[in-house]
Design a protein. Structure first.
Length: 331
């Protein structure tokens, strides 16, 4: 399954459809994933929180999904119910244009109402779970989606890095360090949570200083693919299906002895829950393709950091990986 991830700030529905057209016209795409707080409501709506076919944006996205036979995951939009409650709601359209999931964020922000059910929908390959925003850092939310044995977990997010802007201007290396640490932290969480049930984790974040932190990424049992930079970008990758995951591991995976598990436990206490566990090397894939000359839908240039040096994993140049493409939205 090929997925396109949009690392974009909040869009108008016209911009969203233009991006979808650009990425799905020439290439086969099965799913499009937008970040949290993905889209503004069209100005012609009298009720800004109305999420029905009367909303021109919802109607056009539904028709687009049906025409191109793709899943569209609209990270979240603001939903206002007749009783006055306001939710952050993730919308999912299936290949027939049907709205198959309306997931209301359970760990709601201050001033918003909370949903009461996990976000689960079904695809051709199996069930898919949704962790909206910072729910990806909460044990209870992971437990809810892992209970259905998903093959894919989606994490639309829009959470800025907590670092002083004036400090990063004076010391830009601190911004790069914080960005790399954010990627590393999420990768470690996913590895720990999916050890008993291997699956694919896919995150779409907003760009740095445009609502998010530029931490879009794909994590699978055998590899991690990172965003090319923290600015606006579009990434596409072929996801590994459950039946192929074992065969994709690089050489070197082995069952760990008890004493080896104990040595590793201080860095990951989750290891102590297992009587037997396999560990081994993983690929880190970085999209180092320079900014292109495509017509920009958004006006901000991509900002680039240095390559994250990781001592425990193998690095792989993205140019050698035929399952990844990255297109900058720079002018």
């Amino acid at each position: 399954m090929r997925v396109v991830v949009y690392q974009t700030p909040k869009l108008t529905y016209v911009q969203a459809i233009e991006l979808l057209l650009k990425e799905t016209t020439e290439l086969r795409v099965d799913m499009a994933l937008f970040p949290e707080c993905a889209m503004e409501h069209p100005p012609q709506l009298s009720e800004q929180g109305e999420l029905t076919k009367e909303n021109v944006a919802i109607d056009l996205l539904s028709r687009f999904a049906k025409e191109r036979k793709i899943y569209i995951v609209l990270g979240s939009v603001e939903e206002k119910t007749p009783d006055g409650c306001v939710f952050d709601t993730c919308l999912v359209f299936d290949r027939m244009g049907e709205l198959v999931l309306r997931y209301r964020k359970q760990s709601a922000e201050l001033g918003k109402a909370s949903g009461n059910a996990p976000g689960i929908f079904h695809t051709d390959a199996g069930p898919v779970g949704v962790l909206l925003g910072n729910e990806a850092y909460e044990d209870v939310r992971w437990a809810q989606v892992l209970a259905v044995s998903p093959w894919l977990i989606l994490n639309p997010i829009n959470a800025p890095v907590k670092i002083d802007l004036s400090l990063t201007i004076a010391h830009p290396e601190l911004q790069v360090k914080a960005w790399h640490e954010g990627l590393q932290k999420m990768q470690d969480i996913v590895e720990s949570k999916t050890r008993a049930h291997p699956c694919v984790f896919l995150r779409a974040d907003a760009p740095l200083r445009q609502g998010g932190a530029g931490l879009s990424m794909l994590v699978e049992p055998h590899r991690s693919i990172m965003a090319p930079g923290w600015g606006p970008a579009v990434l596409s990758a072929e996801l590994t299906l459950p039946s192929e995951m074992l065969s994709r591991r690089p050489p070197g995976w082995q069952v760990m002895a008890i004493d080896e598990i104990v040595k590793l436990a201080p860095d990951d206490m989750e290891l102590l829950k297992y009587e037997e566990i396999e560990l081994g090397p993983r690929y880190l894939v970085w999209t180092m393709k320079p900014p292109g000359s495509e017509r920009a839908v958004l006006g901000e240039k991509v900002q680039w950091g240095c390559v994250w040096q990781d001592k425990t994993h193998a690095q792989v140049d993205a140019a050698q990986n035929d399952k990844l493409e990255a297109t900058s939205l720079s002018p």
